[in-house]
Design a protein around this ligand. Sequence first.
Ligand code: 5GP
Length: 215
Amino acid sequence: MSNSHTHPTRGLMMMVVAPSGVGKTSLTRRLVSDHPDLHLSISATTREPRAGEHEGRDYHFVSHDQFDQMVEDNAFLEWAEVHGNKYGSPRAPIEEALSRGESVLFDIDDQGAFQVCEQARADCVMVYILPPSIAEMNRRLHTRSTDSDETIRRRIARAKTEITNWQAFDYVLLNDDFDRAYSDLAHVYHAERLKRSRGVWIGDFVQSLLDEPLP
Ligand code: 5GP
């Protein structure tokens, strides 16, 4: 937020969770590009890059050995195995952003979100995005598809299990219309930044109001 230097705010970790094919990547990329104080956590993964994906922008693509070494070095805030590949959130850039009072957006799965938020509930916001229908999810997955029919079926089966955890999230949004879903997501971020508990500036500012003499 533009006033974060004059009015310091405690950064937050925003978890955005959704099954594949719900449009989560487009929503989160736009939120980050519209908010310079919000940084996307770039995960490391052992998965092969898809067409159009770039090292360092979409993921850090690493070997299984490199990944295991990072786990051993405690270099991940959380990590999980999803669809047979490993994914993890590198700790250092997250801690650096938070120490500057800025925020971090995590485009991760539910297991990772729960892991992080169990440790730091007060600094966490958990958002879940629902698809308008399973049929639409299936259509989107086939349209983008670099994945086999079998992989898509597995992703949808996993989504159906994941969706049953909707009550564990702070916000549940519906992506039936991209612009509306984006607006909802941006409102969640703005309101969370304004929470009293994150307003590091408020106590001193209120004191300065109290110290001002009566006119
Ligand atoms: P995809 O292979 O489609 O890019 O991602 C598969 C799943 O892994 C998605 O649900 C995605 O959000 C999740 N994911 C990506 N990065 C991470 C991470 O660092 N940690 C965890 N726990 N999940 C991740």
